[in-house]
Ligand binder design. Structure first.
Ligand code: DC
Length: 230
């Protein structure tokens, strides 16, 4: 069977990780959530006091980048790989609105990106990988056999993220979540280093009005057509 790389990019909360996990499971591929890696570095920066409401000590964070090891370990019960920072599971800690509020600033730092992109490319050396993020089809795996670009309206995405956070017991308002979604859309697509944009050959999927089943079967058809190409 042909081995391929699947790159899934798009704005926040477009359902990239949900479908990426489904496709990876179906194919027996590795799934990597590259956003979790940027969130892990952000969590590190927050816990060391390099970033807070008052400011961001960029040089301080850069000087400590070599002390950060981000890794993934597959959790059989959950059916996906959880993220670890220096050997400690931080899967829950990185999903808060507080981390979401700082992550675009941290991920705009070129030194942070260089370090994480290098690790991501290493993870994909053997192909058979589904990775989602913002620059996967444009920078990390420009030769990926299948590139998808997921979109949905900001309001639809904010509602999805709000429901997720509420279900976890977080006390957040829909307005704050929408503000975060819109701010990150702006910062992620206007930053200098590796901004989010749709690669020419990427296939755009607007899932605003798609059920999860519809989304999965639409994408699986695309995957199969690439797998069946000579
Ligand atoms: O996918 P996510 O919302 O968990 O990603 C969190 C942030 O990380 C996102 O706002 C921008 C950044 N990111 C990035 O710059 N490049 C990636 N490949 C993935 C995420």
């Amino acid at each position: 069977m042909k081995k391929i790389t699947i790159a899934i990019d798009g704005f926040s909360s477009t359902g990239k990780s949900t479908v990426a996990k489904q496709i990876a499971k179906h194919l027996g591929y590795v799934y990597i959530d590259s956003g979790a890696m940027y969130r892990a570095v952000t969590y590190f920066a927050m816990s060391k006091g390099f970033i807070n409401e008052k400011g961001f000590d960029v040089e301080g964070l850069i000087s400590k980048l070599d002390n950060i090891t981000v890794s993934f370990k597959f959790n059989k019960n959950l059916g996906f790989a959880e993220v670890y920072l220096n050997g400690i599971n931080i899967e829950k800690e990185i999903r808060t609105l507080e981390v979401s509020n700082f992550v675009s600033k941290v991920s705009a730092i070129p030194q942070v990106r260089q370090q994480l992109v290098k690790q991501q490319q290493k993870m994909g050396e053997e192909k058979e990988i589904v990775m989602d993020g913002r620059d996967i089809g444009t920078v990390v795996f420009p030769n990926a056999e299948l590139k998808l670009f997921m979109t949905a309206s900001a309001k639809t995405r904010a509602l999805r993220r709000y429901d997720e956070l509420k279900a976890k017991g977080d006390h957040v308002s829909y307005e704050d979540v929408l503000k975060n979604v819109e701010e990150r859309d702006y910062l992620d697509s206007t930053r200098k280093d590796s901004p989010l944009y749709k690669a020419n050959e990427a296939i755009e999927i607007d899932n605003s009005n798609m059920s999860l089943d519809e989304q999965f079967s639409t994408i699986l058809k695309l995957v199969n057509s690439v797998l069946n190409q000579d």
